[in-house]
Design a protein around this ligand. Structure first.
Ligand code: NAD
Length: 351
């Protein structure tokens, strides 16, 4: 039987990026063999190290290369903070490819400390506007202004994405905003959510202010199903949600648009761990699970989920952040091995 082929662009990034991506590619190699799919990788350069070499962190040839692929696996990259320095690669890619929904799941994993049992939620963050529009000015020395752009169109499409997701899950949508203070911008966001939700009468809606949401996330995290919010609030809430279920080492992310998907861990380049082969590869491995789901390869995605959970459950080949001593490469190899050995357990996979 001939295998299905998907062309994937891979940006290893910098800092701990190459380490977590290499460990992940071992898992993808294993899943390709057992599921009879072929992932054709096209490697691209991007990130901090490109700035000196090309004068930009995202060279045009990399953008062209990504355009020729179905999806992109992106490692973390360092973003310089000086005013005038290049914008984050993730933010630029989200805007070039119009990846408007940032999907960040947080679920309780076996043998991983979780604030409460049974957490299983997904944060959908609007990804293209809000305070990440990059429009900041120093009006006069010492007085800065950042533009928080919120449009009805962008709010509606992310609301629709979140509602469609809720329909496939427990049919609960919490929308988070600060409409009592940001009456115009968050008024537009709120209005859009309500309008789109009219077509989804089965979905139960919950309205939360951002400050209350940060608290409720700690108080009753197990009650949330899908949460939708604007760009900055979503970024902050998803780091908080990640910490509820084991930290940034296990937090995966997907950036989805109508024609393209980019998949990356929530964490950054953690420069202090660079080159030590110490950090947790699960966030990146889980991101490729989301990528395989996006590509329609559900069985392959499920196999990665089962293999990762087995390794976590056994607790032998886990990295320092989960209380273990395994290296990044060892944890990746252990998950790859489970992907292979789970062939015998294939009937147990969910359809
Ligand atoms: P970070 O996520 O890189 O690291 C914060 C801390 O989280 C680390 O010191 C470490 O203790 C822990 N951590 C992160 N990843 C881990 C892993 N895989 N396993 C175990 N522990 C892990 O955040 P930061 O220090 O704020 O940012 C560093 C750089 O990364 C900055 O330049 C920032 O702009 C960039 N960044 C990039 C992205 C991206 O590429 N999408 C996302 C966030 C931050």
């Amino acid at each position: 039987m001939s295998s299905r082929t998907h062309k994937i662009s891979v940006l290893k990034g910098d800092g701990i990026g190459p380490e977590v991506v290499d460990a992940t590619l071992k898992v993808l190699d294993a899943v390709q063999k057992v599921e009879n799919i072929r992932l054709e990788y096209v490697m691209g350069e991007a990130g901090f190290n490109c700035i000196e070499k090309y004068g930009t962190n995202l060279p045009p040839q990399t953008i062209e290369l990504i355009r020729k692929t179905e999806a992109c696996l992106k490692g973390p990259m360092t973003t310089p903070e000086e005013p005038g320095s290049p914008r984050s690669v993730a933010v630029t890619l989200r805007s070039i490819f119009d990846l408007y929904a940032n999907v960040r799941p947080a679920r309780t994993l076996p043998n991983v400390p979780s604030l409460k049992p049974g957490i299983d939620m997904i944060i959908v963050r609007e990804n293209t506007e809000g305070l990440y529009s990059g429009k900041e000015f120093e009006v006069t020395p010492g007085v800065g202004v950042a533009m928080r752009i919120i449009t009805k169109a962008a709010s509606e499409r992310v609301a629709k994405f979140a509602l469609d997701l809720a329909m496939k899950r427990r049919k609960r949508l919490t929308f988070v905003h600060k409409g009592n203070i940001l009456k115009i911008t968050d008024g537009i966001f709120k209005g859009a959510v309500h309008e789109v939700a009219n077509s989804y009468p089965q979905v139960e809606l919950e309205d939360l202010h951002i400050d209350a949401a940060t608290m409720q996330l700690i108080k009753r995290p197990e009650s949330f199903d899908v949460m939708v919010t604007t760009n900055l609030f979503g970024d902050i809430l998803s780091d908080e949600a990640a910490q509820l279920v084991g930290g940034l080492g296990v937090a995966a992310g997907a950036n989805i648009g109508d024609d393209f998907g980019m998949f990356e861990p929530v964490h950054g380049s953690a420069p202090k761990y660079q080159g030590q082969n110490r950090v947790n590869p699960v966030a990146t491995i889980e991101s490729t699970r989301l990528m395989l789901e996006y590509l329609g390869e559900r069985k392959a995605a499920e196999r990665i989920r089962v293999a990762t959970e087995k390794v976590l459950e056994e607790g032998k080949a886990v990295t320092y952040d989960l209380g273990g001593k395994a290296k990044t490469s060892e944890m990746g190899a252990a998950i790859a091995e489970k992907v292979r050995s789970e062939v015998r357990a294939a009937p147990a996979l969910r359809a």
